[in-house]
Design a protein around this ligand. Structure first.
Ligand SMILES: Cc1cc2nc3c(=O)[nH]c(=O)nc-3n(C[C@H](O)[C@H](O)[C@H](O)COP(=O)(O)O)c2cc1C
Length: 162
């Protein structure tokens, strides 16, 4: 059994393709994050300031509940979470995922795809969620990745993994 787990959420498939490459290169198991209420295309409309994502992403420190169908984490040492960038930060379900899992003693690493935003605000968002949960873990520097084997390999080599 692999000791590495890639969890991901992908609304339109871009992050999923990258997560598959990350998992393949790392020899990781993979599982999808499921929000309890799935997102419709109207929910994803960032031109509408009343759309579900606009409201959720703009509400400070909010959470979107997830289905607790995650694999048993006890055999995994390194947890990577892939997500799109929504309004410069991870979808709120990513914070709820971190709340739901027991990440003590693990390494945690975020990665994303985006239309151009950097990973900076996502990194501080994850760090705050780790702190809110009081986890004792190693948080790696996350990155925006494209579907490029070489870029993914260089980034993976930069991580501190158990
Ligand atoms: C609601 C919403 C908000 C977004 N906000 C940003 C943003 O702030 N910065 C950015 O670079 N891209 C933004 N994007 C673009 C996505 O991050 C990008 O298309 C991503 O690759 C989609 O990944 P997916 O196909 O796995 O869902 C946004 C997309 C959506 C749907």
């Amino acid at each position: 059994m692999a000791k590495n787990l890639v969890l991901y959420y992908s609304a339109t498939g871009t992050t999923k393709a990258v997560a598959e490459k990350v998992a393949q290169q790392l020899g990781a198991d993979m599982a999808e994050i499921h929000p309890i209420t799935p997102y419709s295309s109207a929910d994803l409309n960032w031109h509408d300031n009343k759309s579900r994502t606009s409201i959720e992403q703009h509400e400070h420190n909010s959470r979107v509940e997830v289905v607790d169908d995650f694999p048993d984490l006890s055999n995994y040492e390194n947890i990577l979470i892939g997500h799109p960038i929504w309004w410069a930060i991870p979808p709120r379900m990513i914070n709820a995922t971190i709340d739901t899992l027991d990440l003590n003693g693990k390494t945690l690493t975020g990665f994303a795809t985006s239309g151009g935003s950097s990973y900076d605000r996502s990194q501080s968002n994850l760090a705050r969620t780790v702190e809110q949960n009081g986890y004792d873990l190693t948080l790696n520097q996350g990155a925006i990745l494209s579907n490029n084997d070489r870029q993914i390999s260089i980034w993976l080599n930069s991580l501190t993994l158990n």
